[in-house]
Design a protein around this ligand. Structure first.
Ligand SMILES: [Fe+2]
Length: 172
């Protein structure tokens, strides 16, 4: 084989290698949208017309575990360490038209699902929902516990108390 032919062969090999690497780099990180969600924590993503296989959505999953299921239409980033978008790890990627931001305070943290909200402010937590359930013993330490503005804590008193069988009035 003459040297010219060998040179051409090596250039062709280099061209193929560069093209393959360009493809892998292009596929390494892609923006996309979730098209399907599964109850095992995986999703399918359409990442700029490349559709992933069922892929894990990133969660805390050690001794401390978190379950925050993603939604169809949610913006995500598909990371494909192998360069194959079908084998991806899916990361959340911020707000979109389908899922707009639920709050705009720069000094509060807020979780929203339907009409249930949990807001963390500099002063404490605010929970809102049709029903708030606590299972287990409840310990409340503080100076005051109120219900619709009426004190019901350990120092509350009652109206209309007389010794005998009568029931007390409401707390005051
Ligand atoms: Fe009471």
């Amino acid at each position: 084989m003459n040297i010219f032919k060998r040179l051409i062969d090596r250039i062709e090999t280099l061209e193929r290698t560069v093209a393959e690497q360009a493809r892998l780099i292009k596929n390494l990180i892609r923006e996309g949208e979730i098209t399907e969600v599964f109850d095992d924590g995986t999703v399918i993503v359409n990442a700029q017309d490349l559709v992933t296989n069922k892929s894990p959505f990133v969660h805390f999953s050690g001794a401390i575990k978190e379950w925050t299921p993603p939604s169809v239409g949610q913006s995500v980033i598909a990371v494909s360490p192998s360069g194959d978008p079908k084998r991806s790890i899916i990361l959340p990627a911020g707000y979109s038209d389908a899922h707009k931001q639920p709050h705009n305070s720069l000094s509060e943290r807020k979780f929203v699902f339907g009409s249930t909200t949990m807001t963390m402010t500099e002063d404490g937590w605010e929970l809102e929902g049709t029903t708030i359930t606590m299972n287990g013993n409840v310990e409340i330490n503080g100076n005051s516990v109120t219900h619709n503005g009426t004190e019901i804590g350990d120092k509350h008193k009652h109206l209309d108390v007389v010794k005998g069988k009568d029931k007390t009035g409401t707390p005051v």
